[in-house]
Design a protein around this ligand. Structure first.
Ligand code: SF4
Length: 486
């Protein structure tokens, strides 16, 4: 057990740079076996650095055959290495679950020997966990670029969520920083997962997401590598005629179900797929990063694209210096813009039209877009469409719905807006209520921007003022003491 715990220490440490571990999206009540999953996202936590982490977030192996420049696990890095045996990881997970330490598993991996060799061992471990130990909790499994379709399909049948990391926003960066990862090897499994999800949802019947949707392979980065439509949806079962390499531990083999454990109803990746992109490692602009993100949502129906501020962990002439601070503020603005793409109907083209190729570091992208398009404002809240309301800074989906609902019965009053969840300190510059404008500044972009900047920084400024006053008072007291006055 000591050896396993040592492996856990090494492999959990190696997994900490992967941020795509949110577990929301699947619900499964379970009475017959062990564990259950809840759509509200039960198996994530927050790390000391503020990032979402799974309670058992671990690599299967960190013995990597690849040498991606930015990665702590790259082949040429000299540090402790370990690999789980499939049985070890399955047992560890179920034991942690029984002790209530975790509610799910986030399993990623380096590439040991080859993508198929590693993926087969991951699959064996997950099947043991599901079928031998009867674990019905949440599993998020990383898919290694280059894995064969058969193995991917089998992993999709035991995991809830799959992800293939795109890693870098452009093919140029990939070429320089991860030359062993080809765009096609990344996009083929993404496409296979998307096709399998479409197929699964089509079987569920009309009205299901993705049904009948045509995949779009257009897009700058994705256009290069994602045009291969020859990937089969699903693929033949691993246990039949398989493309698995010689020595496959799974070929012709079937894991027996544990005593009294019924086989879980198999559904391909019910929580869909996600991906992760590192930011601040190449020279890409925010526009380029978000364009790739937008293409990923459109082409592969991603549940989430995670953006991970690059943490310098290795020395390399093609990477930012190790002393460089991770661009966390930039990551935050990119997430805000991503939110606008996913839930507010914005496009990347709109967000950057008439502006810089990087997001404004001082104000959120929705405010900046509104200031650049001031001719569309102020919007009258008692007449505007739901979509127009959603474009007002300070109004979100819930408050927009409340406004639309209330005005069916009576005109919305300005004082009602706050109770409806509108953030008036932002929204007041961009709306009218029954014809009256409540913004306290001239309706000019620069004037409103300065006012909003003052408001955003107000708290810090007042703290600074107080602190400064205290410092001044301290210095005064010191001088008085020195002069023998007090
Ligand atoms: S394949 Fe993955 S683990 Fe290996 S060096 Fe590249 S990013 Fe790191």
């Amino acid at each position: 057990m000591e050896a396993i715990m040592e492996k856990l220490k090494i492999l959990a440490d190696s997994a900490k740079y992967d941020v795509s571990c949110s577990s929301s999206g699947v619900g499964r009540d379970n009475n017959a076996t062990i564990g259950s999953a809840h759509a509200s996202g039960i198996c994530h936590s927050w790390g000391a650095d503020g990032r979402c982490i799974s309670l058992l977030k671990v690599l299967f192996t960190n013995k990597c055959a690849y040498n991606c420049e930015y990665c702590v696990n790259k082949r040429t890095n000299d540090f402790p290495r370990a690999s789980f045996e499939p049985e070890e990881l399955a047992k560890l997970t179920i034991e942690f679950y029984r002790r209530n330490y975790i509610e799910g598993l986030f399993l990623s991996s380096a590439v040991e020997v080859s993508p198929d060799y590693t993926a087969e061992r991951i699959l064996e471990s997950l099947r043991l966990l599901r079928y031998e130990y009867g674990f019905a909790g949440y599993i998020h499994a990383k898919i290694i670029p280059g894995v064969s379709p058969e193995i991917l399909h089998q992993i999709g049948l035991v995991a809830d969520r799959l992800s293939v990391n795109i890693e870098l926003p452009t093919s140029e960066s990939l070429e320089v920083l991860a030359p062993q990862k080809r765009p096609k090897a990344i996009f083929s499994p993404m496409r296979q997962i998307t096709n399998s999800l479409i197929e699964r949802n089509a079987l569920k019947g009309p009205g299901t997401m993705f049904k009948g949707q045509e995949l779009n392979t257009a897009g700058n980065y994705l256009g290069n590598g994602a045009t291969d439509r020859n990937v089969t949806a699903g693929g033949s079962p691993l246990l039949g005629a398989s493309s698995a390499g010689a020595g496959s531990s799974l070929r012709g083999n079937s894991l027996a179900l544990g005593r009294g454990v019924s086989r879980r109803k198999e559904s391909f990746a019910p929580a869909g797929q996600t991906t992760q992109m590192i930011i601040g490692v190449g020279g890409e602009t925010d526009q380029s990063i978000l364009t790739t993100g937008e293409n990923l949502y459109r082409t592969f129906k991603m549940k989430r694209v995670y953006y991970s501020a690059y943490i310098p962990v290795v020395d390399s002439p093609v990477l930012p210096d190790k002393e460089t601070a991770p661009p966390l503020a930039r990551e935050h603005r990119i997430y805000q813009a991503d939110w606008l793409l996913r839930f507010y109907g914005f496009s990347v083209g709109e967000l950057f039209k008439g502006g810089e190729a990087n997001l404004d570091p001082d104000l959120d992208p929705k405010v900046i877009w509104a200031l650049r398009n001031l001719e569309q404002f102020p919007v009258e809240v008692n007449k505007a469409s739901y979509q127009s309301l959603m474009r007002i800074p300070g109004i979100g989906a819930i408050s927009a719905k409340r406004i639309v609902r209330q005005r069916r019965f009576a005109a919305v009053q300005y004082d009602d807006l706050k109770k409806m969840g509108v953030v008036l300190k932002r929204a007041k510059y961009f709306l009218t209520c029954s014809g009256k404008y409540y913004g306290d500044r001239v309706f000019e972009p620069e004037v409103i921007k300065n006012s909003m900047l003052q408001m955003e920084n107000g708290l810090q400024l007042s703290l600074f003022d107080n602190g400064w006053n205290r410092l001044e008072e301290g210095a005064r007291q010191e001088k008085l003491a020195f002069a023998g006055v007090i």
